[in-house]
Design a protein around this ligand. Structure first.
Ligand SMILES: Nc1ncnc2c1ncn2[C@@H]1O[C@H](COP(=O)(O)OP(=O)(O)OP(=O)(O)O)[C@@H](O)[C@H]1O
Ligand SMILES: [Mg+2]
Length: 290
């Protein structure tokens, strides 16, 4: 079929739009049920290359559960998660190897290891040296170890933690522990970084610095999907934002679209939504999956 492009008064606005980003993460119809509770209900979402996408919603909306479904911590009851066009197996280490890294809502650091050692742990999925090389400690092992250290130190400098490399993780102030989690996640050389409430517990200055850090990460070619309750942070950063309420994605779009949506306003004011399926006010997850 040939297309005729001869019409002189054809609208030009379409060609002025930025080209859509190539899809990196494609989530199709993900549902997660725990017994009678539908924590995530038929959620689809795409993150394109170079995008920063926000995920917001009231407490218990299913945001962390959604992240757990993307990263193989949970096997979704229904739905598919694809990265770079390939369906991801629901196993955390395979998801990391494929190129997705994450931080946790409840900070998960090795408290009694140093800052540098924590980042080296994150590097593990990218080092090819096997068990025998580690036992024999031959030249290739030492070379790989030196490279890992160099990369880890570079990431500590990038996140502003280089001076603290030898400190124990547990002695870092809260805001720096969050940064260390990000440095550790970046150590696996991801193409997509999932951040679960990266500014929780940070003061306003630390939060503004965290915004700069997220932009800097994106400028390194890493796409970002971020959960946050701080709306200023979300709307300063994100190309698009999706809103989850009681497990369902009720709207997705730019700042205007989200802020002016009646359902979003209602959800944040706490009025019950019609047709909602997830229970509210249930107790916390039985295991630490936050
Ligand atoms: N492993 C689990 N077993 C049973 N219920 C669970 C489990 N994990 C999460 N839930 C439930 O799923 C719902 C969604 O929880 P989730 O932690 O995903 O919410 P959230 O949007 O991240 O909330 P917050 O903003 O408070 O972090 C809650 O009702 C929670 O109790
Ligand atoms: Mg959460």
């Amino acid at each position: 079929m040939t297309t005729q492009m001869t019409t002189s008064n054809a609208p030009t606005a379409v060609t002025d739009r930025p080209a859509p980003a190539r899809p990196l993460l494609e989530v199709a119809g993900v549902t997660m049920r725990f017994g009678g509770l539908t924590a995530v209900n038929n959620v689809s979402l795409t993150v394109g290359e170079g995008e920063i996408i926000g995920l917001i919603g009231p407490n218990g909306a299913g945001k962390t559960t959604f992240f757990n479904c993307l990263t193989g911590l949970y096997v979704p009851t229904e739905g598919k998660v694809a990265y770079k066009g390939t369906v991801l197996p629901p196993k955390p280490h395979l998801v990391t190897q494929a190129g997705i890294a994450r931080t946790f809502q409840n900070i998960r650091l090795f408290a009694n290891m140093t800052v540098l050692e924590n980042v080296l742990v994150g590097r593990h999925s990218r080092t090819r040296e096997g068990l025998f090389a580690a036992i024999l400690r031959g030249p290739s092992y030492h070379r790989a170890e030196a490279e890992s250290r160099e990369r880890a130190m570079e990431l500590l400098a990038f996140t502003g933690l280089a001076e603290k490399a030898d400190h124990l993780a547990r002695n870092l102030p809260y805001g720096e522990q969050r940064k260390l989690e990000i440095a550790r996640a970046l150590a696996s050389d991801p193409g997509l970084l999932l951040l679960d409430e990266p500014t929780a517990g940070m003061n306003p200055q630390e939060t503004r610095a965290a915004e700069e850090l997220v932009f800097a990460i994106r400028d390194r070619g890493v796409s970002i999907l971020v959960i946050e309750h701080d709306m200023r942070f979300i709307f300063n950063l994100c190309d698009r934002t999706a809103v989850l309420v009681q497990g369902q994605k009720i709207v997705e779009g730019d700042r205007e679209t989200v802020q002016n949506d009646e359902r979003v306003i209602t959800a944040y004011l706490g009025a019950p939504l019609e047709g909602a399926t997830a229970a509210e006010g249930t107790t916390a997850a039985p295991e630490d999956t936050q």
